[in-house]
Write a protein that binds this ligand. Structure first.
Ligand SMILES: *Cc1c(COP(=O)(O)O)cnc(C)c1O
Length: 381
């Protein structure tokens, strides 16, 4: 047999034996946090569409109108001829929401991090990343060629210690963290990190993929404290609460101009389809005006953590740590039988021994369904 085939088959067998093989399951979505699988309508607790804006009539209409007017695709990189006029509008709105001079939109959140980090740091520089940072922050650090050190999760004292002993050896230093941690739902101590960054002349970047739209009037984790945290690089995605697709960086004018000139994932990748950019604009307008909507996901998550006797939710993401991947899979199957879609999250997405059920709450969840879900879990787990 061809060695490629042998490699693929033996690798799959090895993953299967460890319960770590992954499968794509056809899933359609509908309004009201519904997922349709194998012909069954399930209540989904594993979708990041926190405000259900991907299903909002205004957002869908904006996408359709943009396709009619501008076409289905961008046709080229933004730096060539793909920079259709909707981009300026979206970037202006993002900068306003985040309180920065400017913003730059990328093809996705993952692409944003792969572009931003190597544009700001390289060999001779230091990248310090929280241990539970999203995979694409880690990938960006690696790609940059800078020395990358990991500090213990949310441990400002450990970060401080690393800076005290190592900072002098490097030219620039970039500190990376999720604003809201994607698999645990806890928040980074953004203000404390900003203070340490200032003290050691480091550049703090937060990945607020799960903060925009749902925390602090939709403005995200930098705005949770009474005083806005000084975060010069606020990155995030348009694919979660914003209900569309794409990544962004909000920063000063000079930083954004540099990123537009140097970020390779912006330069060498095609611009977003006009429909997606129009959808994001419509969503941000809704987020800016609908105070009740943007507060709802956190309220729903807190209803669940109170019912489950778990620590009060800090974001719409609530983990229930199970440990063993096989048991996490079995619990997920049990919930699916009962009409709830909750995927099991296993290593390497989360550390070894911490396989879990990860619940995400959206504005469309009904209190009665959250009650049924928590009652079922209390009986079983
Ligand atoms: C989802 C996610 C991303 C990736 O964003 P995409 O737009 O889906 O590529 C980046 N960072 C964090 C923390 C995420 O949760």
């Amino acid at each position: 047999m061809h060695s490629l085939e042998t490699f693929a088959q033996s690798k799959l067998a090895e993953l299967e034996a460890q319960n770590l093989r992954r499968w794509l399951v056809e899933t359609d979505r509908d309004a009201g946090a519904i997922a349709i699988r194998n012909g069954r309508r399930l209540i989904s607790f594993c979708c990041n569409d926190y405000l259900n804006l991907s299903q909002h009539p205004e957002v869908k209409d904006a996408a359709i109108a943009a396709t009619r007017r501008f076409g289905a695709g961008a046709g080229a990189s933004r730096l060539v001829s793909g920079n259709h006029s909707l981009y300026r509008e979206l970037e202006t709105r993002l900068a306003r929401l985040k309180g920065t001079e400017d913003a730059c939109v990328f093809g996705s959140g993952y692409l944003a991090n792969l572009g931003i980090i190597p544009a700001l740091a390289g060999p001779g520089d230091l990248v310090l990343a929280d241990a539970l940072s999203h995979a694409c922050l880690m990938a960006g650090g690696k790609l940059s060629g800078a020395e990358t050190l990991i500090f213990r999760h949310n441990d400002v004292a450990h970060l401080f210690e690393l800076l005290r002993t190592r900072r002098k050896q490097y030219r620039h230093c970039l500190i990376l963290t999720d604003g809201v941690f994607s698999m645990d739902g806890d928040l980074a101590p953004v203000s404390a990190l900003a203070q340490v960054a200032r003290e050691y002349d480091c550049w703090l970047m937060t990945d607020d993929a799960h903060g925009i739209g749902v925390l602090a009037e939709g403005r995200g984790s930098s705005f949770v404290s009474d005083v806005k945290a000084d975060v010069p690089l606020q990155m995030g995605t348009l694919s979660k609460a914003v209900g569309a697709y794409g990544g962004y960086l909000c920063a000063s004018r000079a930083v954004i101009d540099l990123i537009r000139t140097r970020a390779r994932t912006l330069i060498y990748s095609t611009g977003l389809p006009p429909a997606i950019v129009a959808a994001a604009i419509a969503s941000i307008d809704i987020i800016s005006r609908d105070t009740q909507l943007r507060a709802a996901p956190l309220q729903k998550a807190r209803r669940f953590t109170r019912a489950m006797n778990l620590p009060l939710a800090q974001s719409p993401i609530v983990p229930l740590i199970i440990g063993d991947p096989a048991r996490a899979l079995a619990l997920s199957a049990m919930l699916e039988d009962a009409g709830f879609l909750v995927t099991a999250i296993r290593p390497p997405t989360v550390p070894e021994g911490t396989a879990r059920l990860r619940f995400t709450f959206t504005a469309a969840h009904q209190d009665a369904d959250i009650g049924r879900l928590s009652a079922l879990l209390r009986e079983t787990v």
